[in-house]
Ligand binder design. Structure first.
Ligand SMILES: [Zn+2]
Length: 423
C-alpha cells in the first residue's frame, strides 16, 4: 500500500460542503472552531451555567459572531445566579457603543464587563432578595478570550505547549490576603465561625453575613464591600488553539488546575467535561454542586484538540510557580505572565476592586449637550446632578467640568458604599 493510500485511510472522508466551507473561511477569516461539552452533578441545585454560541457583535451579521460560556454558583438561594445568567451579557452589549470595529470592541470588553457586573448587581439588589452568586463569564471572539470573574468559579487554559494557566483569581477570604485587607479596610470583619466555647471552625468569613467570598453578585444582606467588580483577563491564543475548563468549586476543591487538565487531554470536549467531573468525584464523592464546561478553540474542524506536546521540565516548574494553586492570589497586573512561556499573548489583566480605576478616563462624554450619561447604569442626567468620578482626586478645572466617566447620584452612592465610604 502506498503512503498516499495509507494516509487516505487514516483520514475520514470530509463532505464536499465542509471542504467548500473551509475554503471560504480560509479566504475570508481565520476564525477557529469552538467545540464544547458540559457535565455536572447537583447537591444543592444552586449551580447554573450559560452556553451561547450564536451571539453577534453587530446584530444580524453572522460574520461578527462570538461565543459566551459562563458558570454561576449560587448561594443562599438561586435567584441571583439566574438573574446574573439572564442579564450580564445584555448589559455588556449595551455598555459598548454600536458601530465600533472588532478591534475597538475587543478593547472595550474589559471595561464593559466591569460595568455589566456592577449594573447587574445593582439591578438585582433592587429586588430585595438576599441570595448571591459567583459569576465567571468567558467571551470567545476568534482567538481572543476574555474572562471576567467574581467569586471562586475558576477558568483555566490548557495550551498546546502543555502549560496550564489560571485565567481567574479566587476571591476567597481564606486564600486571598489582598482581598482580606480590602474588606477589613472597608469596614468588614474577617474571622472564622465561633462554636463550642470559642473554638474557631471552618474557613475565614466576612461578618456580618458570614460569606467566605470577597466578591459576588447579589448578597444584599452582607456588607457592600463584598463587591461585584470582576477580575478581568484577556488573552490571545496562538493559532494552535487551546482548551478552557470553566467550573464551580465542586471541581476545584478536589482538583488542581493541572489535574483537571490532565484528566481529559486528548478526548473531545463533550467527553472531557464528563471525565473532569468523574475525576473530581472519585476521591471524595459529591460534596457540593459540581459543574464543568470544557471549551476547545480549535484551528480547523479537527474532531479533537490535539494532545499537547510534553512540556520541557523548565516549563513545568515555571507553570507551577506562576499558575499553581498557591499563586492564585496574584491579582496584580503583570504577575501572572502567560507571555513568559511564549504560548499565549496576554492582552489585558486587571483585578482592582476600585470602580474608579476600572472605568478609566478615556471615555468620551458629550459636554456640550448639558446631558451626561452615567458610565454604569447608562441613565442620562442633566449636568449639575451626579459627579465625575475624577472629582475624588483633584479640583476639576472649570473649563473641563466633566472630564472622565460620569456617574449618576445612585451609582456614585454604590461606588462609595463599595469603598466603605457610606455616610
Ligand atoms: Zn448610574
Amino acid at each position: 500500500m502506498s503512503k498516499a493510500e495509507l494516509s487516505r485511510m487514516k483520514q475520514p472522508l470530509v463532505p464536499l460542503a465542509t471542504l467548500i466551507g473551509r475554503e471560504l473561511r480560509n479566504g475570508k477569516t481565520e476564525k477557529p472552531f469552538v467545540k464544547y461539552g458540559q457535565a455536572g452533578l447537583a447537591k444543592k441545585g444552586e449551580d447554573y451555567f450559560l452556553i451561547k454560541t450564536d451571539c453577534h457583535r453587530v446584530p444580524g451579521d453572522s460574520s461578527t459572531s462570538f461565543s459566551v460560556f459562563a458558570i454561576l454558583d449560587g448561594h443562599n438561594g438561586i435567584s441571583a445566579a439566574i438573574f446574573a445568567k439572564e442579564n450580564i451579557i445584555n448589559n455588556v452589549m449595551s455598555a459598548i457603543p454600536q458601530g465600533v470595529s472588532r478591534e475597538e470592541w475587543l478593547q472595550a470588553l474589559p471595561r464593559a464587563l466591569v460595568v455589566a457586573f456592577v449594573k447587574t448587581d445593582m439591578e438585582f439588589q433592587k429586588k430585595g432578595e438576599t441570595s448571591g452568586t459567583t459569576a465567571t463569564f468567558v467571551i470567545i471572539d476568534g482567538w481572543t478570550v476574555t474572562v471576567a470573574s467574581v467569586g471562586d468559579s475558576r477558568c483555566i487554559l490548557d495550551t498546546q505547549g502543555g502549560v496550564v494557566s489560571l485565567l481567574t483569581v479566587d476571591h476567597r477570604l481564606e486564600e486571598n490576603v489582598e482581598e482580606r485587607e480590602r474588606v477589613t479596610a472597608s469596614g468588614g470583619e474577617v474571622g472564622r465561625l465561633n462554636v463550642f466555647g470559642g473554638n474557631e471552625v471552618g474557613p475565614l468569613r466576612c461578618w456580618p453575613g458570614g460569606l467566605c467570598l470577597s466578591r459576588s453578585i447579589g448578597d444584599t444582606d452582607v456588607g457592600e464591600y463584598i463587591v461585584p467588580i470582576p477580575h478581568v483577563k484577556q488573552v490571545k491564543l496562538s493559532n494552535a488553539g487551546g482548551r478552557l475548563i470553566i467550573a464551580s468549586d465542586g471541581i476545584w476543591d478536589t482538583l488542581s488546575s493541572d489535574m483537571a487538565a490532565k484528566s481529559c487531554r486528548g478526548v473531545p470536549a463533550e467527553l472531557a467535561a464528563k471525565l473532569v467531573v468523574k475525576e473530581a468525584l472519585r476521591s471524595r464523592g459529591l460534596k457540593d454542586d459540581t459543574t464543568c464546561l470544557v471549551v476547545d478553540i480549535i484551528p480547523s474542524d479537527y474532531p479533537v484538540l490535539p494532545m499537547p506536546a510534553t512540556p520541557r521540565k523548565k516549563h513545568n516548574v515555571l507553570s507551577s510557580l506562576l499558575f499553581g494553586k498557591k499563586s492564585q492570589n496574584l491579582a496584580n497586573k503583570g504577575t501572572n505572565k502567560l507571555s513568559a512561556v511564549g504560548v499565549v499573548e496576554e492582552l489585558f489583566e486587571e483585578g482592582s476592586a476600585m470602580l474608579t480605576e476600572r472605568l478609566g478616563n478615556n471615555v468620551p462624554s458629550d459636554t456640550n449637550s448639558g446631558i451626561h450619561r452615567c458610565a454604569v447604569c447608562l441613565a442620562d442626567q442633566p449636568s449639575g446632578d451626579g459627579l465625575s468620578v475624577n472629582n475624588d482626586h483633584f479640583i476639576t478645572p472649570v473649563s473641563k467640568p466633566w472630564e472622565g466617566p460620569f456617574l449618576c447620584t445612585n451609582c456614585q452612592k454604590k461606588k462609595d458604599a463599595m469603598e466603605g465610604k457610606r455616610s
